[in-house]
Ligand binder design. Structure first.
Ligand code: GH3
Ligand code: MG
Ligand code: MG
Ligand code: MG
Length: 299
């Protein structure tokens, strides 16, 4: 697939240098290029390359500064930078590594060495990316885990605070799930959680909605830019969706099928509040839904 080809940004103020590097690498990678520091930073943001090959001496912003800025921005600081420079003093190389580059190649370059180093660093990048993506997934259900949710919560809180828009949170918990495990066995319990995760993920429609496993048999759904009534509609959809699956639960005093209880909280984030308060509110409401008889939404 075309979009699996790694993307490399080549930055050098001398076009013939850019040309030489692209010739060496273009068969294996998608090459973008910039001839000054400002454009390089714009392209890093816009294209999210897998690797940056960066010249040091350039008019205007030099390569050291470009690298510093890449490493200071959390959105792009994981992108590896390799300096390719005619500067070959120990101090230059040391400074290059200190500002965050992963490697330093001196000009004139040797094509096979550039190729080999690029390949090695891209392999490492791919492994790091894979580990990072796995660290955000729940092992049982394959949906987002608590860590991913906590991250998104902080990010969306800030985003909605800036734009003065509501942020909603649904916390839901399977009713009488201990009895389900006791009756059908832990494996069936696991299978049930997988089915619920899939159903919830299918029903959260917007790309910015995030369904995550919060812990045990509790799930959350974060709904940015969604007001109270909108969030209640989503929650009701979850509740009826689960009940309509008619997963047998002979021991449940509610109905003889698996059901869920849900708490729905909405705020317009501000400096006085915190993401933890929103979670606390939703949790309290979930508790009320449980006490009111389960298989219901409380807002
Ligand atoms: P309530 O309606 O009040 O929520 O009752 P409950 O039985 O669901 O609540 P409780 O917190 O007492 O029990 C939760 C149960 O969920 C206990 C635990 O065995 C089960 N559980 C939590 N995580 C998992 C899991 O990963 N797999 C399975 N199979 N069961 C789990
Ligand atoms: Mg130069
Ligand atoms: Mg629970
Ligand atoms: Mg429960």
């Amino acid at each position: 697939m075309a979009d699996l080809r790694p993307k490399i940004l080549v930055v050098d103020d001398i076009p013939s240098n850019v040309h030489v590097l692209s010739r060496i690498l273009k068969d294996d990678y998608d090459i973008y290029f910039a001839t000054d520091g400002e454009k390089a930073l714009d392209l890093v943001q816009a294209r999210m390359p897998d690797l940056v090959l960066l010249d040091i001496m350039m008019p205007g912003m030099d390569g050291f500064e470009v690298c510093r800025r890449i490493k200071a921005d959390p959105a792009i600081h994981d992108i590896p930078v390799i300096f390719i420079s005619a500067k070959s003093e120990v101090e230059d190389e040391t400074l290059g590594l200190e500002v965050g580059a992963i490697d330093f190649i001196t000009k004139p370059i040797s094509p096979p060495i550039v190729k080999a180093r690029v390949r090695n660093h891209l392999l490492l990048k791919r492994q790091t990316d894979l580990l990072r993506s796995l660290s955000f997934l729940d092992g049982l259900t394959g949906i987002a885990n608590r860590r991913r949710f906590d991250d998104a919560m902080v990010r969306e809180w800030r985003r909605c605070a800036r734009s003065n828009l509501p942020l909603s949170l649904i916390i839901l918990d399977v009713d009488h799930f201990k009895a389900y495990n006791d009756h059908y066995g832990h494996q069936a319990g696991d299978e049930c959680l997988r089915m619920l995760a899939e159903l919830l993920s299918d029903r959260a429609k917007r790309p910015s909605d995030l369904v995550a496993r919060y812990g045990g048999e509790e799930f959350v759904c974060l709904l940015p830019e969604t007001d109270g009534p909108g969030a209640v509609r989503v929650a009701e959809g979850f509740r009826t969706g689960v009940a309509e699956c008619r997963i047998p639960h002979a021991q449940s005093p509610v109905i003889p099928y698996v059901t869920i209880s849900l708490g729905v909280a909405t705020v317009i984030p501000s400096a006085d509040g915190s993401p933890e308060q929103l979670a606390e509110m939703a949790d309290q409401l979930l508790y009320r839904a449980k006490r009111a008889g389960r298989n219901r939404v409380q807002d």
